[in-house]
Design a protein. Structure first.
Length: 241
């Protein structure tokens, strides 16, 4: 019996890893040493672990000290503005009270604690909040009357800088990690082929029913993954040929 060909080039990274882990499990159940493929199995297993680690890294948000610092800065500005506005609602001047209440109502539309939102949600909320002030004449007047226009300007600048850092850092790290992942994936394919080559050679040199049993299991997995179909272009984003 021969082992079918697996079309790695059609698999997404996650599918590649899942398939490889299934192969690792099947070989592990049948004792690689007894099958005379221990060295090849160890190399293949180590390669899969490295690839999985790199893949997981690409899925997470990359945070830097600068990013965290900028987030703390915009949070501080926002909290400060809210406290000042709340204070002005108790002002002796009716005009300033009305201005503060107008600003407070505008901020309230975005929730009670914008600073606790996840990064993307907070960025979007602050952007919309400031845009609303800049495009609404009455709100702009209220902010000017309250003497916090410069504070909002700083909040806007900090929010813009945070977004720049977030996007550029994430893009840079994602590119680097994807290049590493591509190399690890290529290595994984070579290691798999080496494992199968030695396995098939051993099955001829040391005939045993266990080789047929394992071949059948492997072919089941191979047929399953070869039958996978891409549903859309977005599904092919991490397919590496």
């Amino acid at each position: 019996m021969t082992i079918n060909t697996i079309h790695f080039e059609q698999l997404r990274n996650s599918e590649h890893i899942q398939f490889s882990k299934a192969v690792k499990h099947v070989f592990g159940e049948h004792s690689p040493e007894t099958l005379h493929v221990q060295n090849q199995y160890d190399a293949f297993s180590a390669g899969i672990e490295k690839m999985e680690t790199a893949f997981v890294s690409t899925q997470g948000n990359v945070l830097t000290k600068a990013l965290i610092t900028e987030d703390e800065k915009r949070d501080s500005y926002l909290i400060g503005i809210i406290k000042v506005v709340n204070g002005y609602t108790k002002h002796f001047s009716d005009e300033k009270v009305k201005a503060a209440e107008r600003i407070k109502a505008h901020i309230a539309k975005y929730g009670k604690r914008i600073d606790t939102y996840n990064y993307n949600a907070e960025t979007a909320s602050i952007t919309d909040l400031i845009d609303g002030i800049e495009t609404d004449v009455e709100l702009s007047k209220a902010v000017a009357l309250s003497g916090i226009a410069d504070w909002f300007a700083e909040l806007k600048a900090s929010n813009t800088e945070f977004n720049r850092l977030y996007e550029s850092r994430a893009e840079d790290e994602a590119t680097k990690t994807k290049l590493v992942l591509r190399e690890l994936r290529d290595d994984s394919v070579k290691q798999y082929k080496e494992l199968i080559k030695y396995f098939e050679a051993a099955s001829i040199m040391f005939p045993s029913d266990v080789y047929d049993t394992l071949t059948n299991k492997l072919n089941e997995f191979i047929d399953k993954y070869n039958n996978l179909r891409r549903k859309s272009k977005s599904d092919e984003e991490d397919v590496i040929s």
